[in-house]
Write a protein that binds this ligand. Structure first.
Ligand code: FPP
Length: 236
């Protein structure tokens, strides 16, 4: 079934459950992430099909650096391979890549691949794929606060200039509209330090599937659920 009206402009996804999926299949965790990369392709295709303009994926959190080194390296390698193998599809599908997070913490090679794909896809316009990498919302808010405080101190900003609108301009997502729909897989009802400021009015849909099991149809279903909700933005 095609979905026409009231398509969310921005869908954000907490891709959870790769580890459990691997365990259920008697596989190493890295295999779960590899299977998860396939679901990333499905999510991009579904967004393209519906005309969603922004898709943000929580691919690696600030806290994920605490995982065993072998798992972190496997994820970084997977990300590089994904970006390299996906570049031609991104060009064909007119998808622009962006990344948010503490990108300077990424290994040099991962960062270089990321920067290259971001530069190559910069003119694409149908869908913007935003990868949250080494991302933590509290870190993002603290960094924004530091920048604003420095500008107040130097006199470039006045204390009375600080408003929610101004604050948004200092986040990694300055040029990205807030998510309309936030999806989390694996049935967990947590936000896990993801886009805390930006999801103030997002509709949340929890999907009871592990991320590697997530298919295009699951994203269509989540959008149908979103369409049934009545967003009031604090009004009546
Ligand atoms: C959560 O599952 C998932 C991650 C920490 C990484 C997400 C990465 C991918 C889906 C693959 C690579 C990404 C791209 C963009 C190619 P978990 O390991 O926390 O699962 P668990 O809670 O079952 O252990």
């Amino acid at each position: 079934m095609k979905l026409h009206n009231d398509i969310p402009q921005h869908v954000a996804i907490i891709m959870d459950g790769n580890g459990r999926w691997a365990k259920n299949h008697g596989l190493p965790r890295a295999q779960g992430h590899r299977a998860g990369a396939e679901s990333v392709r499905e999510a991009i295709d579904a967004c393209k099909e519906m005309g969603v303009q922004y898709l943000t994926l929580y691919a690696f959190s600030s806290e994920n650096w605490n995982r065993p080194e072998a798992e972190v390296s496997a994820l970084m390698l997977l990300l590089e391979k994904f970006l390299e193998s996906k570049l031609s599809d991104l060009m064909r599908q007119d998808v622009r890549l962006l990344a948010i997070g503490q990108l300077d913490r990424l290994p040099a090679k991962t960062r270089a691949t990321l920067d290259r794909v971001i530069a190559k896809t910069a003119e694409n316009a149908s869908l913007t794929l935003v990868l949250a990498l080494s991302y933590g919302s509290r870190e993002e808010i603290a960094e924004a606060t530091k920048k604003i405080a420095a500008e107040v101190k130097s006199g470039a900003l006045d204390l009375t200039d600080i408003s929610p609108q101004l604050f948004s301009r200092y986040l990694y997502t300055a040029d990205i509209p807030d998510p309309d729909l936030l999806i989390r897989t694996s049935g967990e009802m947590r936000v896990s330090n993801f886009l805390l400021w930006q999801i103030s009015y997002a509709e949340m849909v929890i999907v009871n599937k592990l991320w590697p099991e997530f298919r295009q149809g699951d994203l269509f279903d989540a959008v149908r659920e979103y369409q049934k909700r009545h967003r009031r933005f604090g009004g009546v």
